[in-house]
Write a protein that binds this ligand. Sequence first.
Ligand code: C2E
Ligand code: MG
Ligand code: MG
Length: 645
Amino acid sequence: MEMSRKDRILEYFGLKRDNDYIKGYFLSSNMRSAIYMSIIVIVLEIWMIQSMTERLMKRGVPLLDGMDYFSWYFSLLGVGVVMLIMAIQYLRGKFKNRLVLQGWLWVFSVLALAFGIYFGYGAYKQDKQALSFPTMVIFILCLLVWKPLVSMILSCLSFGIFYYVCDMYYFDEAGEQIRASQSFQVNLLTLFISTFAVAIALFHQRQNEAKKDEALELVNAHLREIAVSDELTLISNMRGLKEASANLPAGQLVHYFNLENYKAYNAKYGFEAGDGLLKKFAAGLAQIFVDNPCARISDDHFVAICDPESSGRRIAEAGELLKSLQGEVSLELKTGLYRMEYPDESIDLCCDKARLAANSIKKMFDKSVCEYDHDLEYSFNRRQYVINSIDKAVSGGYIKVFYQPVINAKTGELCGMEALARWDDPEYGMLAPNQFIGTLEEYRLIHKLDQQIIELVCRDIHDLGDDPLSRIPVSINFSQLDFELYDVPAVLLEKAGKYGIPINMLDVEITESALNGDADGLIKTMEILRGNGFSQWLDDFGSGYSSLNVLVDYNFDVLKIDMVFLRRFYTNEKSKFLIKSIVEMAKNLGMVTLTEGVETEEMASFLKEIGCDKLQGYYFSKPVPHEEIIGMIAEGKLKLPAIGQ
Ligand code: C2E
Ligand code: MG
Ligand code: MG
């Protein structure tokens, strides 16, 4: 901030009110000087007292005759001792009363100056060198830092008084007054100017140091602050949470809050309003958990820790808070709880466990709180295992591809296969995608799996050689993160090239929820895929939160209608109507349609009737290993299209 001219002048003369930091800086620098000064004063005075006593005793004069001097020595000694104790206590952080400290510094300084004047004048009277005065002046005005105005007052007063007494009260033996000589006047004036100049220079130097120090402190404090607080909501982040939760006793409850349906809120009101909601929720949550660790961990995920007794009340308040902010979108607060088993338990793991509990009740409309238990412990361990073992699973061949046939609705022939990942683990047995895909996505490891699936699919097609099955295209699932973590088109081209697979044999499935992320990036990658001849399928249409706009914004070749629509096939007539409308709409937009989850003949014939092009579901086959597909073809359970079709 620019200072006005008036402010700058005021500051130059030390007339501007200093902030607390600068005041503290001056005080502590003066206290440090005061320590040395008082030690010197104490030693000096003890020495004076001792030599005075010796002198008087040698002369056989009663000690009381030296009372004048002794009272000076003892006063300065006493004030020095108190000053020393105070300064030490201040620097140790034990005594902080600024007024008392400053007051005592004044007592010390004024007494020292008066001492200098008194003894300087005494020496001057005896025609000796008046050294005590300059010594004390330098001592007080140059070792301590005063504001310019104070320096001026102090030095004018002390020099003035000293000059006055020397000039007025110096008499010769005949009682004649001896006025100060010109050389004395010149010397005193020179000393006055130089000590005053040093005092001012010192003040400005110290003031600059203080300002630099203050700026540095501010920057440091800011850096500390941003390292531990969340940029958007300004409450703690994970690091802040860790700091705040160090040394917590066992038995504390870790709460993991998830704002279910938050994506829908963003979709309806836009990202800015979504951010606004997070900010308000965060501020409210921090109030509900006031004096307890509370943080935003990521997106719409928050963690707070408190004792079990107050947990229920706080969860209820947080739920009400969310309801008051939700607008027209129904937001659900899902809370996962984990009870810390021992003091200082790793907060990362505690949060992971509480999160697992929160995730376990996702989309369960009748449950909003879940505490971590042994079943969850099992899946937690499996999750940790997945995270730690993905590399081993890839290199050790645990990752397998199962294929699920896609049937041409008109001809009933096999027209495609979906590649679905399986993790055949030596310890956990066969894991289904829902036991590892989400975890790998959460930990940004999904690319390791998906790249291996591309490799295995290409290898499987290659291994078929001339078998007619090698002409059936395979669709591969991609997560949103794949498009962030690696160059999908490049890897597809590389693997296809490696195994000599034609591009039209590989279809790219992108799930609807992936379209919520970086739209521009994804659209660009999709263009590259299209340019290279890959067909693109929109997976799980209707399961997520995206609107019909995605069909216009993105250029998909095939629309996979999610199986949620067929789930209500027998119970809700409307579902049929819905599927029919979607199929018609997709056709109008020039897309091929595929319905997932076909489980009965009735469903299949309905879909054929309404003009759905492709069908997939347990009615035809579950996902199976490649050899089983070959076996089903051999047995006539699956029909291959005639060559040339
Ligand atoms: P998806 O792509 O929608 O795959 C269809 C899922 O529905 C498969 O589950 C399949 O077994 C199941 N399904 C097929 N027909 C029926 C049916 O008639 N009834 C019922 N109830 N279910 C049926 P799966 O194999 O467990 O895969 C689940 C999800 O995991 C997939 O959904 C896909 O999103 C994801 N996924 C699978 N493999 C991969 C992969 O290699 N990479 C990525 N990124 N995701 C994958
Ligand atoms: Mg799929
Ligand atoms: Mg699907």
